[in-house]
Design a protein around this ligand. Sequence first.
Ligand SMILES: [Zn+2]
Length: 78
Amino acid sequence: MDMQRCAECGGRLEEGKTCNDYFQQMLIWDFEDFTGAGAVHHLTVLCYHVQHPATYSKKGLEDAKAFLTEFVAKKRFF
Ligand SMILES: [Zn+2]
């Protein structure tokens, strides 16, 4: 299987896939199972966007980092 790399985060990708493809799949799992994968939806979204910061403004990115830091520091995983 050929592997490619994401131009933004450097993650390894299956041929023809993008990180956004995987992110969209994770969102589907979040909404299919609110108490399972969906319980960490806030972390899923923040982690994806911190690794793909082009989707945020400079302030949005700083806010996202602050939220993620707060969630992890206060162990607010659910
Ligand atoms: Zn990526």
